[in-house]
Design a protein around this ligand. Structure first.
Ligand SMILES: Cc1cc2nc3c(=O)[nH]c(=O)nc-3n(C[C@H](O)[C@H](O)[C@H](O)COP(=O)(O)O)c2cc1C
Length: 381
């Protein structure tokens, strides 16, 4: 069975999940594999970004990560129309957020700002189909399903084009289902991770999944941001690492300066698993937004995809508020601001280029392995 570095023809088994095309290009050029997270890309935006990445990278490999949701409100009907979904949102939830943002002094969006209808997030496999076709028409070598086992037609179409398919797994049963669906690489996403996560820590999850799906290669994900953590994941049987949080504080990342400052100031206990963003458990930076949804006297977050639809325009308001001139850590928008972030954020205390992150992780890995060998008496000296 070839290793992941052989499969993709990359120097380092470092996979970078990112929403930022500049990070994709920087990581792939540095010898890892950049993967563009396209969950909220519109079809047009994905077409533009992939054409740009193809041009920048030529034959250097990269990947695309897409949402192909399996469980959501209306799934039994193959997905409901957006208008029908919006009608299911209770008025009490809207009032709660109207009041929260008003109290925090976050300005309204201007009337020309796009509504939830204009966004890229797809609420059914039916809606995801167009974007999958776009991904398959470009030069991506890796197509990854963010949530759930990819549908058979996706796996078949990707394999026909020589594209490897990956999928995230938060528990053993997910990983076995992916393997049965002919998924080529399984990403063991542990509790520590930013974004949607389960509740099993990496120390247990990685070897459990490695054993369950062998010889299918596994990447360790969750809390991995340096060479020691990479060596640990690989000691647990992973063939490589899949990281998200570490790229957020790179010079290239999609975030504005104030957002980066908030993340740089965070420590490893500054994140929380919350359903207040998407309706499913996902790890985000703890903020006034996540705290308010946890209170007993506030509404329960809705199910997927209703919570994302509800939250969308309020989060846009908060984002705009973060970009306003004169915003400070005391500003309402800053305090409400949150973003998917893993526990590893505590180690990110200064801006670095994505290339430096790859190089630091690779050299840290070599040092960590040498140190282990030395401790066991196998060192050079
Ligand atoms: C900002 C951010 C957004 C994410 N969005 C997605 C997504 O859309 N699809 C997906 O498969 N994973 C997503 N994830 C999870 C990552 O793919 C990755 O598994 C995770 O970041 C690994 O853990 P780490 O954050 O500790 O590095 C996201 C993670 C972050 C930090």
């Amino acid at each position: 069975m070839p290793t992941v570095t052989d499969m993709f023809g990359i120097e380092f088994p470092i996979f970078a999940f990112t929403h930022c095309r500049d990070v994709v290009v920087a990581v792939s050029k540095a010898g890892g594999l950049g993967v563009l997270g396209a969950a909220i890309h519109t079809d047009q935006r994905l077409e533009i970004d992939l054409a740009w990445i193809d041009e920048q990278l030529g034959d250097i490999p990269y990947g695309v990560d897409l949402m192909m949701p399996a469980n959501y409100v209306g799934a039994e009907k193959g997905g409901l129309a957006r208008e029908s979904l919006e009608e299911l949102i209770p008025e009490a939830h809207k009032k709660f957020l109207d009041d929260l943002l008003e109290q925090a002094g976050v300005p309204e969006l201007s009337s020309d700002a796009p509504s939830a209808k204009g966004r890229g997030l797809r609420y059914s496999q039916k809606e995801a189909r167009g974007i999958i076709d776009i991904a398959l028409e470009h030069k991506a070598r890796f197509l990854v399903s963010a949530l759930g086992t990819p549908p058979a037609y996706v796996v078949e179409a990707a394999h026909k084009k020589g594209i490897f398919v990956g999928a995230l797994a938060g528990k053993r049963s997910h990983a076995v289902r992916h393997k049965d669906a002919q998924v080529d690489v399984i990403i063991a996403q542990s509790y520590e991770a930013g974004g949607h996560t389960g509740d099993i820590g990496g120390m247990v999850l990685i070897p459990e999944i490695v054993d369950a799906v062998a010889p299918t290669p596994v990447l360790g994900a969750g809390g991995i941001g340096n060479g020691r953590q990479m060596a640990a994941a690989m000691a647990l049987g992973a063939q490589g690492v899949w990281c998200g949080t570490v790229w957020l504080t790179t010079t290239e990342s999609e975030l504005d300066r104030m957002a980066k400052d908030k993340l740089l100031a965070a420590d490893s206990s500054s994140t929380v698993r919350t359903t207040s963003m998407t309706g499913k458990h996902a790890r985000f930076l703890r903020s006034r937004w996540t705290d308010e949804w946890e209170r007993k006297d506030t509404p329960e977050p809705l199910k997927t995809p209703l919570q994302s639809i509800l939250a969308y325009n309020y989060l846009r308001r908060i984002d705009r508020g973060m970009k306003a001139p004169g915003v400070t850590p005391e500003s309402g928008a800053y305090q409400l601001y949150t973003y998917p972030t893993g526990q590893g954020i505590g180690e990110q205390n200064s801006l670095r280029s994505a290339r430096d992150v790859v190089r630091d992780m690779a050299s840290g890995y070599v040092e960590a392995v040498a140190c282990l060998n030395e401790q066991l008496g196998y060192g050079d000296g």
